[in-house]
Design a protein around this ligand. Sequence first.
Ligand code: XMP
Length: 514
Amino acid sequence: LVLVVDFGAQYAQLIARRVREAKVYSEIVPHDMPVAEMLAREPKAIILSGGPSSVYERGAPAIDPGLVDADVPVFGICYGFMAMAQALGGTVSRTGQREYGRTRVSVLEPGTLLDGVPGELVSWMSHGDEVTAAPAGFTVNARSPRATVAAFEDVDRRLAGVQWHPEVMHSEHGQAVLEHFLHDIAGCQPTWTMVNIVEEQVEAIQAAIGPAGRAICGLSGGVDSAVAAALVQRAIGDRLTCVYVDHGLMRQGETEQIERDFVAATGADLVVVDAEERFLSALAGVVEPEEKRKIIGREFIRVFEQAQADVVAREPGAVDFLVQGTLYPDVVESGGGTGASTIKSHHNVGGLPDDIEFTLVEPLRTLFKDEVRLVGEQLGLPADIVWRHPFPGPGLGIRIIGAVDRERLDILRAADAIAREELTRAGLDRGIWQFPVVLLADVRSVGVQGDGRTYGHPVVLRPVTSEDAMTADWARVPYEVLETISTRITNEVDEINRVTLDITSKPPGTIEWE
Ligand code: XMP
């Protein structure tokens, strides 16, 4: 275990991911966690992340000297580097000179940290102060125009640091630097692999659920719930029941992927609830987006809880565990630890208990999305599920602008399937975050096809790139691919006679249209 101490910059998660890419397991802890508590977790190394740009900034967190005296390897990055220099008796000067963004770093003495990297490298900097003298016993490995000491190491004491951000993509050889610290200075073994994750998680799930416990899992069709379910299935076999609510708002082939491919890959016990009628009647004539969302959310909870209750009632012996696909970023962002918690699931169905208590099982709580995908592959899930783009809970219901009905859903499903197929064929699907296709169901325009006049609907293509869906940019899909999609949609989907492209970033637009 490597602990990444978060000094409040946005880079801690990125550092934790890079450490794991070096095949060493890492977790993030807040900087105000007492050192004794950090050490009690017996970390093989500690990484101090970036943070405020100056150690002199008001309220800037200091580091507890106990951290660098504990005989645990420590690596300081950016702010962590300066804080470490100060704690160890080096000199940090307020120069008032800032160094931001791309910066050339010159290697003075490669040592262990910069072994094998070129004499000059481009790195990403973000600092105000400057380390002007390294602590006693340290070798100065590099300098930059505004950092007299840009990297240092004391291999005997297993301490090192860099002023730049080796974790960001723009820093050349960043991963190599990180790996030199982890593998060569700290002596961490590169053993964190997907095979090991699966084995560890299966054991942990077996221990949590016990030899006779039963669990239930809601499948949404997305990657997180599918991988969580597949892991639990591997651990407890048919003591897990999966529930999938088909609300009729899924895209072409998605329900079949779950019903057929997911079951074939995992052997899971799956209950599919066909609730299309129910959702479509509840949605009939509703145009306002928020109202659509509320209706879909409400119906979903009712149907899901009924299905849960049916599963519980089906066999004697309680179902005590509810499996959820919570990921590590959610855990970090909600400031949570790693324990299990109990939630209540309420329902108001005659003859059933008022509420059922479940203990949550969240086997993906320590994983990032890209790791979840690799675990999914390791478990043999189909690529269509593992690499699926994020898809909103309300499904195509919020991609039809206007009232939702089966005919409109079928039109949109046909157009959407073509767009996805061509994106995949062009090999672009993994580089694009999401590719909604939106049907403007209340708009018609005049067109000409063959010898006849048409009066059909437009669709909007909305391919976007993003890291986390908080911000997004419109994806520059090559013209040839857009052309194929446009031609195929207008030829193959009768009701559509126009294909348009949304070139709005987020903000000001959102990814979805409703
Ligand atoms: P927007 O449209 O707000 O979407 O830019 C951001 C991300 O969230 C997804 N999204 C949803 N996901 N339930 C969900 O589970 C919802 O109601 C919902 N609305 C939007 C959207 O697809 C994008 O990834």
